[in-house]
Design a protein around this ligand. Sequence first.
Ligand SMILES: [Zn+2]
Length: 422
Amino acid sequence: MGHIDRVLEEVDALADEAVAFTTEMIRIPTVNPPGDLYEECARFIGQQLVECGFDTEYYPAEGRPEHTVAHPRVNVVATRRGRFDRPLVHLNGHFDVVPAGDGWTVDPWGGEVRDGRIYGRGSCDMKAGIAAAVFASEAVRRAGIELNGTVEVSGTVDEESGGFAGVAWLAEHRRLSRDRTDYVIIPEPLYVDRICIGHRGVYWFEVQTRGRIAHGSMPFHGVSAIDHMALLLDRVRSELQPKLAARITDIPVVPPGARHATLNVNGISGGQPVDGIQTPCVADRCRAVFDRRFLLEEGFDATKAEIIELLEGIRRDVPDFQYHINDLMVVHPTRTPEGSPVVGALERALNRVLGRSGLVASPGTYDQKHVARIAGVPHCVAYGPGILDLAHQPDEYCDVADLVAATKVIALALLDLTGTHE
Ligand SMILES: [Zn+2]
């Protein structure tokens, strides 16, 4: 029997262990915020990796303000060297999960397996993905194959809140870096038969309009900041949003609606707090927070310039319109380079295991941005078990069949990327 068949057979044989490992992780509620039980979960993953023959190291995110005594931010990185140091394939999964929320019909922390599905918060996003990473390399080992390269597996924190104490920290401290790392696969849930090659950009900004306070019975003596915010919202709706809806990216973002540029108003407040005691006043201040998702083809500079131009256009028409804009967060879009070996290897593996493959990109961001921008490793994709739409939902689950298939695909990609042939 050849390498490939032996590895596929080993994955089938260890499927129950991979499921059990996933359910045990779900039973550690690593809820973010605030970042509960990170150290326990890192140690649990690390222990499994030791049993799978890895050298395991722990990296507390020293220097990050969110790394506290109450909520330590601890990452685990494990290495198994084959015949050579390089190529090095790094498999990274975040083990933080969002809060359970309401509407569950099963225990979100029970790790229940029923009708071929693993239920629980974090099952698809992305503890099953971590299990796929760990057991893909384990299947290679049990098949008695020594890789012509090195495999690393990491479990990291805080992806749901930006990943600054997780993947970004490892990249800033050169633990993840182009000097040592050739390929990165992040087993996020973006459909088991799809390879995710990047994400759109994010521009969060706050606009404050400023008016002039006056008596509410004589509003003509003042300038209402709320009326001025309404002017802005009206132009966003009538001028900007139609332009954004007409733009479409070449990158296969899913769902199809997210292939366009979008803008969401996250929140708004102005004048007196509505649940407090009211006095008659013209509002002299109004603030709103906007979430603009921009396309690789648009770029950040043009995206911001378009917002400024919209605001300046109002000022030209309404002389006492006063505003202040404040950038809250900028994440640039990322895209795996065309012809990347990591995409090719996963495509070949997918065609072998499932008989189909395709490319997608993510509507939101994930840790690929830190891998590409800070670590400088362009050959990074997301590929893992689970359905994107179930992430962060009540009754989140991952199909056992997805977990097994993704484990096989990643295992074959490890052989391919390290050039481990018969
Ligand atoms: Zn995730």
